[in-house]
Design a protein around this ligand. Sequence first.
Ligand code: 0O2
Length: 229
Amino acid sequence: MNNFEPKTFALPHDMLPEDAEGYFKQLEVFREMMMRYQCAILEVQTKLQVLNNDMSVRHSRNPIEFVKTRIKSPKSIAEKLKRNGLEISVGNMVRHLNDVAGVRVVCSFIDDIYEVAHMLARQNDVKVLKVKDYIKEPKENGYRSYHMIIEIPVFFSDKTMNMRVEIQIRTIAMDFWASLEHELRYKKELDWSKEIGEELRECAATINKTDEKMLAIRQHIDEQKNKSE
Ligand code: 0O2
């Protein structure tokens, strides 16, 4: 299998991440890699669509509410490389970043998250490289989500490449909290006080309780339905 072995396209040492945008965009190899990441996202989207359609026919319900995708911006790529002490280059992006291609799967209930993750992981062409279960072990600030880094083969006209994609799987409720926390974090102009952090943690705990309650209600309804069949 043909994987990308990049030549050195390093940024001049004194260049800032914000200048990386123009620099990256002028590189053909960068544009080509972005196209390839976009194709990897398409492959994952199709896999998810197939699973959802299958579940909807065989179990009369859709575990996936919606899917969002994104390609990391050149500035975020440059910032992350710099943060990790790496030279800003296309080669380092391909070698060291797992989240250039990102897919967020928003599910109805907590158990759907594990079912979707399991259904993806058992596919022959999916290699799970890393899992972070922030549901079983939430982050200190209350963040919950199930993260997987997978590698899938993508068949291009000239070669097959193993592409890495970050998949974040979470419930609607977890997504609600994470989206607002993200927005607040980027809006802040002053330092977050301890109180704000505590309040956000409390909101995350309340949301988690609601998630668990909704799951219990659905399981109760499932039981009633099974008994009556
Ligand atoms: P964006 O714009 O969402 O892409 P690793 O890649 O494993 O070396 P990293 O990047 O710390 O290490 O991975 P991790 O912990 O799995 O988290 C990556 C992503 O999860 C983040 O991407 C966010 O999307 C999401 N995330 C993680 N923690 C939080 C949090 O506390 N709040 C919210 N709202 N989202 C979180 P980026 O790169 O930060 O940004």
